[in-house]
Write a protein that binds this ligand. Structure first.
Ligand code: SF4
Length: 106
């Protein structure tokens, strides 16, 4: 976990409360979104850096913020035999939940 000086704020329209977390007996909150299971004190961000603890809850700071758009052939996607030969719009946000540990690429 990372302590940051530019802590996210719920006043930021791109920062939204989340629901998949729980409170621990030691006062930290644990994010339950991915296997990293970050346990956060107030003001800390998770390993993905896009979730963190603000106002005693886990928030997402990348809501609605795309980091890239691309039109790809559908064959690049994990969609078996779905409309072969057609393009598909891909987009994503910043923040990696797995640090590449489960990537399908070598
Ligand atoms: S890396 Fe991010 S999504 Fe995963 S548990 Fe930590 S804060 Fe949650």
């Amino acid at each position: 976990m990372t302590q940051v000086t530019d802590a996210p704020s719920l006043d930021d329209p791109w920062t939204v409360p989340t629901t998949y977390w729980h409170r621990l007996e030691d006062g930290r909150v644990q994010c339950d979104v991915c296997p990293r299971a970050c346990r956060l004190h107030e003001g800390q961000r998770g390993l993905c850096f896009v979730r963190g603890r603000v106002a005693d809850q886990v928030v997402l700071t990348s809501y609605g913020r795309s980091s890239g758009f691309c039109v790809d052939p559908v064959e690049k996607k994990p969609l078996n035999h779905f409309l072969p030969g057609t393009p598909v719009l891909s987009f994503g946000t910043a923040g990696c939940m797995t640090s590449g540990t489960s990537s399908s690429r070598p």
